[in-house]
Design a protein around this ligand. Structure first.
Ligand SMILES: [Zn+2]
Length: 314
């Protein structure tokens, strides 16, 4: 067996409550250390609650939103990462929405991605990942060209590798076929979230065969899997009629995460796999590392489909 997968973690949230608040660099260092201790190499820094602007008005604070860290602070993170030999990626704000019919929202979305990319460049980061937004009046098919144009516009202005993540929610933009089309059209690469894929399809990944089928689908259209999917996300997941409800621990859902790792190992995929489990620091990173190394791990399978959610729909 060739163990080429690189383990990473959904990391520290770098959003700040005020401009004057400093990033907790000690906490960053501690996290990098913990990651190294479980054999991890990549920390995906979180900017999911970040809004653009210089200060936070009360209504945004109440919504739990944060400000972006400064470029200077990101340079300091670069120093710590280099010293600790950890690579960093960055996850974009959930406010990014290229599916919006509002020009204002689309402009802000461009602003968010540029803000993130500039910060990740300052941090010596290896990638920035984003979702595309939520469906409004238009279908994915109708949004195809518009979104491709937005993505092309952004990648022409940034240095860092931008990745597009598939949606877990069915009202989100980012079914697997949509993401593959976008990659084919623009050359943008993919962050494949296995749990999202499973939830979007309301439980589509049942075994190794399904995993191989998905990998083949990507390779048939784009080429070598690891070239087009340099980063993946994984966790357990709870889903319902509308797809994703929430992330769960690896052994708390019916996603066959171990089969996914097994197949990736068999193929010898040389990508990064980021653990997004809420239990990542309570055993799941270790579990994932064991699986990557081909060691035997205890697998529990639970059905987590929310039946009540289905009933409500009909
Ligand atoms: Zn994800």
């Amino acid at each position: 067996m060739i163990n080429t997968l690189k383990l990473g973690v959904s990391g520290i949230n770098l959003g700040k409550s005020s401009k004057n608040e400093s990033i907790d660099f000690k906490a960053v260092r501690r996290e990098f250390e913990m990651l190294k201790n479980v054999g991890g190499e990549v920390d995906e820094l979180i900017f999911t609650d970040c809004v653009l602007g210089e200060e936070l008005p009360m209504n945004l604070i109440q919504r739990g939103l944060k400000l972006y860290p400064s470029i200077e602070e990101m340079k300091k993170i670069r120093e710590i990462a280099e010293e600790m030999k950890v690579k960093v990626g960055g996850h974009a704000s959930f406010l990014v929405n290229f599916a919006s019919s509002s020009e204002k929202v689309k402009r802000a979305s461009r602003g968010h991605l540029t803000a993130l990319c500039r910060r990740m460049e300052a941090a010596g980061g290896i990638y920035a990942v984003t979702h595309l937004g939520f469906l409004g009046e238009k279908s994915e098919d109708e949004l195809k060209d518009e979104i491709a144009m937005e993505i092309e516009r952004i990648i022409s202005k940034i240095e860092i590798q931008l990745l597009i993540e598939n949606s877990g929610k069915r009202k989100g933009v980012g079914s697997l076929p949509f993401i593959i089309d976008l990659a084919e059209k623009t050359g943008v690469k993919i962050c494949l979230d296995w749990a999202h894929l499973h939830a979007y399809g309301r439980g589509t990944i049942r075994n190794s065969e399904d995993v191989r089928r998905i990998i083949n689908e990507i390779e048939k259209r784009l080429g070598e899997f690891e070239d087009w999917v340099p980063v993946m996300h994984i966790s357990g997941i709870k889903y319902g009629f509308g797809g994703e409800l929430e992330h769960l621990g690896l052994n708390e859902s019916d996603l066959p995460w171990y089969d996914i790792i097994k197949v990736l190992n068999e193929i010898g995929v040389n990508s990064i796999i980021i653990c997004e489990s809420p239990k990542r620091w309570n055993g799941d990173l270790k579990l994932l590392k064991k699986a990557i190394l081909g060691e035997k791990v205890e697998i529990k399978k639970l059905g987590q489909r929310s039946i009540l959610d289905w009933i409500e729909k009909y």
